[in-house]
Design a protein around this ligand. Structure first.
Ligand code: BGC
Length: 415
């Protein structure tokens, strides 16, 4: 309550001095710093510049947005409020609970967002029936990106089960290629974990363990198998994986120095940005054993309460983001699917079309589930507790049995 009061005071103080801020300026805090991400953001930047807005870029490096969220908290606490912030899932709801985010319901009602934004996203774009975020896209994490020439050279096809995946990784290793391009950062380890949980236990187990935080599921034999498999995958990464940024791992696959990367579909943005084509230069396929299921995350723009002179820019940004043409143009470059159900897949490449179709299928089947790694399964405290155990285990600091035990206890104390 005390924190809420402090935040409200600083936000309103900022609003009062808001006249200093330019009404025609859009300042965006985000973590889209890779080549593909920057290219996608450019679509929005240019769109707003055409409408007479100046773009003030505030990129904060760090995939998954952990660092951006730390910087944001410091800024809001000191009353230095940006126009909008890129945010994920439960972080949006956390900020909404503080009472400091802007109500976008008037724009949303006028433009009929309710009818076109999928239910799974609305869960995070609305709070107490008010629109408090603008969904930009739908990404998903259970993907693999492979270099086609390397796959051809080792005589491998996209694997469809765990055992087939291991067989392909073994072939790559035997051929002297790095089998798995990976960056050892907690959010990247957790991104792999999303897929390993899903393939090992299926959709029901993913829901029970990652979303419902069922203590039995968290400490089950299936979870033990998940950690065993994580350790197995660790055997296929190169010795320099520690701390590597995700886009550098993508680049290893793009260049043919590595066979594949397990990563969300923002990785496609890197391939496309490097001039590579699906099915010619690279292959995209669902993590083996997770076909038909999707672990998703949606980037959304959250606006804070600001003075009236800055609201016009916020509304313009909201309208520009929800524009169906923008949703197509942006997501074609970003690697994600549109956040509206009424956008045609015509402009998308084969991987983009598959992403859109998979989302539809999973949503109909009830197996469209929030990504733990990207803040759509639980609040940040739980997510970070999981990150910690997953990464220490992946780095060989704790054995599997201990990881299973620690996962359950860490989640319990964080939730
Ligand atoms: C975001 C993506 C971003 C990725 C890597 C994810 O959490 O949803 O938009 O490209 O992190 O930075």
């Amino acid at each position: 309550m005390m924190i809420k009061k402090m935040l409200l005071t600083t936000v309103f103080a900022a609003a009062a001095t808001g006249a200093l801020a330019q009404s025609k300026e859009v300042e965006m805090v985000h973590w889209w710093t890779s080549g593909g991400e920057a290219a996608a953001l450019n679509v929005l930047k240019e769109n707003l510049q055409k409408q007479g807005y100046t773009w003030k870029d505030n990129p904060i490096a760090g995939g998954g947005g952990t660092q951006a969220m730390t910087v944001l908290r410091a800024r809001v606490t000191s009353g230095n409020i940006p126009t909008a912030v890129q945010m994920l899932g439960f972080d949006i709801l956390d900020w909404a609970e503080q009472g400091v985010v802007a109500d976008l319901t008037p724009v949303a009602t006028k433009e009929g967002w309710d009818k076109v934004v999928p239910e799974a996203l609305q869960k995070f774009s609305k709070y107490e029936d008010k629109w408090i975020a603008v969904p930009v896209n739908v990404h998903s994490t259970n993907w693999i990106w492979a270099n086609k020439a390397v796959m051809d050279k080792i005589g491998a096809k996209p694997p469809t089960s765990w055992d087939e995946l291991i067989a392909v990784l073994d072939k790559a290793k035997a051929a002297g290629v790095t089998a798995l391009a990976h960056g050892g950062q907690p959010w990247q380890d957790a991104t792999i974990f999303d897929s390993v949980v899903l393939t090992t236990g299926g959709a029901e187990f993913y829901k029970k363990s990652m979303i419902d935080l069922d203590p039995q599921a968290l400490s089950s034999d299936t979870m033990k198998k998940v950690f065993e498999r994580m350790a197995q995958l660790r055997g296929y990464v190169d010795p320099n994986f520690s701390g590597r940024d995700w886009n550098l791992a993508s680049s290893m696959v793009i260049k043919g120095d590595a066979a594949m990367q397990i990563m969300g579909d923002w990785a496609k943005g890197e391939f496309v940005n490097a001039g590579k084509k699906p099915n010619e230069d690279f292959l995209c396929f669902r993590f083996p054993g997770t076909q038909g299921n999707v672990t998703f995350n949606s980037d959304q723009f959250v606006m804070f309460k600001v003075g009236p002179e800055r609201r016009e820019a916020q509304n313009a940004l909201a309208t520009a983001t929800m524009d169906p043409n923008f949703q197509s143009a942006f997501n074609v470059v970003k690697g994600s699917a549109p956040a509206r159900t009424d956008v045609s897949d015509a402009a998308f490449d084969a991987c983009g079309k598959k992403a859109i179709a998979d989302l539809k299928e999973a949503s109909a089947k009830g197996t469209l589930m929030g990504s733990m790694a990207h803040g759509h399964a639980n609040r940040a405290a739980v997510k970070n507790a999981m990150y910690d155990v997953i990464s220490r285990h992946f780095n060989g600091q704790i054995p599997t049995d201990q990881a299973v035990k620690e996962l359950a206890t860490a989640v319990k104390s964080a939730s």
